[in-house]
Design a protein around this ligand. Structure first.
Ligand code: ADP
Length: 398
């Protein structure tokens, strides 16, 4: 069975189509600038060197998905001969609130539940819903599944997800920690168990998803027990452009000093902060590492502040789980930056965490990078959220 995986953003859409017999990736692509001038689709068929590029106005997600289907049906670049070849569609959905702790087949009541969650994720859930509606109009007979970023974190105990606010805010408005990147944390934890040859039930794992957005999760016996992102993805680690944890009193202080609106301060925390804010150079760690080579001290400070926070959470989660067996690095930075992994893991020997600097000199492949005498295994595992979405979609629809 072939499964189409759709990940809709506000003006972009990523997709992959996989053949679930052998879990082979057949093709993948990206539509950019939906509803904006210069809409473009880039489609890549596995095994073909040249990419298929289409630049044409796309006013809506429905139009964009129509072009995706055309690309999938294309004589040269396509991978299906009829729409009926798509057995199911898996949608990445960011927020399911407290409603779903695992993936679900999409029906009207699921769509209503996701609409209710829009106020919890106003930037993310609306485009996810647009993608779902567009697919149900374009391929009404094809079953669809929603896979949620928040679902994996629903196993957190109350003490990990309740904020120390008046309890009525939780009761009235569901203000609590939710956590994100759940599909990625779950995927790498399962891979770690396979790589170590130890059942998930016998492992305490700390997974570090370090990309543009970044989060750390504590996983005990295969279940999330804590995670660094909170009510929104703004909490936790320092990120590319997000501040992560800070004293909430800073928000009104900056508002008053700068004479700006509250929502503009939140915008600064989301878009102008993080390593970009500290360094003034870039949100991309490749640029920061290049700037450090040229002696830029604020770029160096940004990297140190970032690493400090990751170490802070690793320490906290070791305490929370009364130990750790494995630490996993994943996502753009975690998979590619030997330097960052080495800064994060330096001088943790007393905790039994010893990075092998030679083995660490690697990028983007599944491997164990701890020393043989390290009590705690350190692993590099490229994440694959699309495969997880395809697996759940296949399991729930076949
Ligand atoms: P997201 O999905 O959150 O947008 P990714 O997981 O794709 O992010 O990670 C993107 C980030 O990974 C980039 O902003 C960059 O900081 C970092 N990154 C990617 N490749 C490298 C590299 N070779 N060296 C250092 N950092 C890298």
């Amino acid at each position: 069975m072939k499964v189409l995986v759709i990940n809709c953003g506000s003006s972009s859409l990523k997709y992959q189509i996989l053949d679930m017999t052998g879990e082979a990736l057949l093709a993948k692509g990206l539509v950019e600038r939906i509803g904006i001038e210069g809409s473009a689709l880039t489609h890549e068929k596995t095994g073909l060197d040249d990419k298929f590029k289409l630049i044409t106005p796309m006013e809506s997600h429905k139009e964009a998905i129509g072009h995706v289907i055309d690309a999938l049906l294309d004589k040269e670049h396509g991978v299906i001969s009829s729409m009926r070849d798509i057995g199911a569609v898996g949608h990445r959905v960011v927020h399911a609130g407290e409603k779903y702790a695992s993936s679900v087949p999409i029906n009207d009541s699921v769509i209503s539940a996701l609409e209710e969650c829009v106020e919890l994720a106003p930037l993310h859930n609306p485009p996810n819903l647009l993608g779902i509606r567009a697919c149900s109009e374009l391929m009404p007979e094809t079953p669809m599944v929603a896979v949620f970023d928040t679902a994996f974190h629903q196993t957190m105990p109350q003490e990990a997800y309740i904020y120390a606010l008046p309890y009525r805010y939780y009761e009235k408005y569901k203000v609590r920690r939710y956590g994100f990147h759940g599909t990625s944390h779950k995927y790498v934890a399962e891979r770690a168990s396979v790589m170590l040859g130890v059942h998930l039930n016998d492992l305490k794992i700390i997974t570090c998803h370090l990309g543009n957005g970044a989060s750390v999760t504590a996983i005990k016996r295969g279940r999330c027990v804590d995670t660094s992102m909170g009510f929104t993805p703004l909490e936790g680690l320092v990120m590319g452009t997000r501040s992560g944890d800070l004293d909430p009193a800073i928000v009104s202080f900056i508002r008053d000093k700068e004479g700006i609106h509250l929502h503009d301060v939140i915008d600064v925390l989301n878009k102008e902060s993080g390593v970009l804010g500290i360094s003034g150079v870039s949100s991309d760690f490749r640029d920061l590492e290049a700037a450090v080579e040229e002696g830029n001290e604020r770029a160096s400070l940004a990297i140190k502040v970032f690493a400090h926070k990751v170490r802070f959470y690793i320490g906290a989660y070791i305490a929370e789980m009364n130990g750790v067996d494995a630490i996993v690095f994943t996502a753009g930075l975690g998979e590619n930056s030997a330097r960052m992994r080495s800064v994060i893991c330096s001088e943790l020997g007393n905790l039994g965490i010893k990075l092998d600097l030679v083995k660490n000199n690697v990028r983007g492949k599944e491997t164990i990078i701890s020393r043989d005498d390290s009590k705690v295994a350190i692993l590099l595992i490229p994440t694959n959220e699309e495969l997880m979405i395809a697996r759940d979609t296949y399991r729930l629809t076949r």
